[in-house]
Design a protein around this ligand. Structure first.
Ligand code: SF4
Length: 360
């Protein structure tokens, strides 16, 4: 199956562009006060190392907004300012160098205030994310008992987008975040039918980290498989680097890039004569240490416990190994390459993976 990405308007966020022609950008958010700019810089630099393409920071007051300038000077990826309640902070953030503004229609909605923001955003050529959240839907839609939760978000988003377009602003990205998987899917599907702006996928308030990862994988996986989604954040009650790692796995599982090599491995059984779990964990850790390049070719590496399924999986993988007792047969591009000792398997796979990367 080949995923046909939805055609959308191209939107530039600093040096990164999103939209149908561009790789799906994985985002995260700094989880320290923005005014503590040294801590924020350190966290964002750590996110850059694991492949974060866009980072968002919370702007609660003018001190946070002014910190944007210092942070921007120390990081390489585009920075988004997250604004709620106070439209003047959006103005400060734009002047301080934010590459995009996230506005919440639930708390910044007066036309004159939005007009002031768009006028400056236009001057600085930066986009606005219309960032709906199920916890702060504008009241007019929140208490409409006739609308399902997902459609409340969609109606509110369309309303806000129309207001922006009426004031001749169309440098727009839209997000519709719920904590419920089915509502999230319904909301983004409906929005994708009704607007041509890029969609920022994500859930909100996902709960315990493991549950959040699964909910995100299910909701985002379904939407991405339907070609919906131009940028994403896996919101987790966890370290921000973990959000990037899971986002990369979701994209890579769908062949949409994102995580460097994809490792497939057998679950092991009574035939297995090596410690597959240990080998796969070591391989993953060593590959992760190389970091991830946005849009890098996602090679597939198969680690199989025996020859029952090894040769078959090797046909679909760029690199594969099928283990016997003390050695494994290494395959490259579906052809047997050489036998390697089990204890050397991880290093041999990495050696061959590096050769593939050099050629791609
Ligand atoms: S590939 Fe072999 S070792 Fe792995 S689960 Fe299948 S039969 Fe068992």
């Amino acid at each position: 199956m080949i995923i046909q990405r939805r055609k959308t308007k191209e939107i530039k966020i600093g040096t990164t562009a999103i939209g149908a022609r561009h790789p799906i950008a994985i985002q995260s958010m700094a989880k320290v006060p923005t005014k503590n700019y040294r801590e924020a810089i350190s966290q964002i630099q750590s996110l850059e190392k694991v492949g974060c393409a866009i980072v968002r920071v919370a702007i609660l007051d003018e001190e946070d907004a002014h910190a944007i300038t210092r942070i921007k000077n120390a990081i390489r990826i585009p920075l988004v300012a997250d604004i709620h309640f106070n439209w003047k902070l959006a103005v400060c953030a734009i002047k301080a160098g934010a590459d995009k503004i996230r506005l919440n229609p639930g708390n910044i909605y007066k036309k004159q205030e939005v007009k002031e923001i768009t006028s400056l955003a236009r001057e600085y050529a930066i986009p606005i994310r219309v960032g709906l959240n199920s916890g702060s839907i504008p009241k007019i839609f929140r208490y409409n008992a006739k609308l399902r939760p997902a459609l409340k978000l969609v109606r509110a988003a369309l309303d806000y987008v129309k207001m922006l377009e009426d004031i001749h602003f169309n440098n727009i990205v839209v997000s519709l975040k719920c904590s419920n998987v089915l509502d999230t899917i319904e909301a983004y599907q409906a929005m994708a039918e009704k607007c041509g702006y890029p969609l920022h996928l994500g859930l909100t308030a996902t709960g315990f980290s493991d549950v959040g990862k699964i909910k995100s994988a299910v909701a985002l996986g379904i939407l991405l498989s339907q070609g919906i989604g131009d940028t994403l954040r896996v919101s987790l009650t966890d370290r921000p680097e973990e959000e990037i790692r899971i986002g990369q796995y979701i994209l890579s599982s769908l062949g949409l890039g994102g995580a460097g090599p994809e490792i497939i491995s057998c679950p092991a059984c009574g035939r297995t004569e090596v410690d597959i779990e240990k080998i796969v964990n070591e391989l993953q850790a060593k590959l992760s240490a190389f970091g991830t390049q946005q849009g890098a070719k996602p090679f597939k590496l198969a680690v199989m416990g025996c020859v029952v399924n090894g040769p078959g999986e090797a046909e679909d993988a760029d690199l594969a190994i099928a283990f016997g007792r003390k050695e494994g047969l290494l395959y490259k591009n579906a052809k047997p390459l050489r036998k390697v000792a089990s204890k050397d398997a991880v290093n041999e796979l990495i050696k061959e993976w590096k050769k593939l990367c050099q050629k791609s």
